[in-house]
Ligand binder design. Sequence first.
Ligand SMILES: *Cc1c(COP(=O)(O)O)cnc(C)c1O
Length: 410
Amino acid sequence: MSERFTGSFTQQEPIPEAGIAAALAVLQHGRLHRYNTVPGEVAEAALLEEEFAALTGAKYCLAVASGGYAMACALRAVGVVAGDAVLSNGFTLAPVPGAIASVGARPVFVEITERLVLDFADLERKAADSGARVLLLSHMRGHICDMGALMRLCDRMGLLVIEDCAHTMGGAWEGVASGRHGRIACYSMQTYKHVNSGEGGFLISDDAEVMARAVLLSGSYMLYAKHSAAPPPEAFAAVRMVVPNISGRMDNLRAAILRPQLKLLVERVARWEARYRALEAGLAAVQGLRLIERPDQERFVGSSFQFLLPGWSKARVGLFLSRCIGRGVELKWFGADQPVAFTSRYDHWGYADRQSLPQTDRILAGLVDMRVPLTFSFEDCALIARIIRAEALAVGQGEEPEDVAVVAVQ
Ligand SMILES: *Cc1c(COP(=O)(O)O)cnc(C)c1O
């Protein structure tokens, strides 16, 4: 009988005891709103910001309601207005073009390479053609492009970079934390990311003017002095009466849950890498299946795993996925015609102008994606790899199948 995986691809670890205790303390005193403090008290939300600024080395940090909110707030804070073109990756997740659309701007998608990162030649072309002055760079699924080369190109073209670090919190390029290359970086603390408060987001930056605007945008009223990781009050003088209040604050309950998790981030990154390497080893040299290159300069967070089935027909990929799902291995596919659960593609986002990205289409047609929760053991990773390997070999070398309907994965 063939082996079957019976674990869950969507089960997180529990919130650490220290987070539960801190959350209970907040519930007991009842001051959940970040500006509701007693004399001398620094709110959990402000402490969280101080700690994340220290962790990344950023001068300023703002915690907000979600990663999507952080990106929209960043776009507004750098002055993107309705009708502006904003560049982003052709391979990313819906909240990225959604953030661009939320400010009335137009997403312009850039081709990706087989390493699943931005194609710089296409970026240069699209920047010139669109007149965009902002790149919302998505480190999608934790793959980091050559940040030195990218920043040189963007500086030369006058492009301001906002980094979407939803999948790179804890990652780095050439020893510099992911999120410390562009003008602003945005993170998500949604359950499936690297620290978990259900929902939540961060913005970090060294730019006082931009961050003063972001704090006001987030809904600080005239209480911005309570942000201990924000620029000094002088930075607010010129903008405090003109920046609209678009509430999207972090609260003390979620901040309390998050603070102890920041301390675990380095350890979590190491645990993810070990799981990623176990999957990679189990899938090495499988005919018809290509692993994604991970350069030495990249410290990645292996919270998800991707591979390519280059040149496979849709029916063949469909059959492969259904056979894996039948054995308990939940894979997601970026080549499906229809969006499924969390997985969608640039040509599904009807609020963006129609665009043609033939290189990205070819890559996504064979791109398979998998969550790697920390609740997986090494044995789980080895078993999952054995199942994928066996099915890739069987289906890849079998006869061309009839069309196969792919079962939806959450
Ligand atoms: C999760 C995610 C975000 C932010 O999502 P929220 O659910 O709004 O926190 C942004 N970009 C990518 C690539 C994501 O996966």
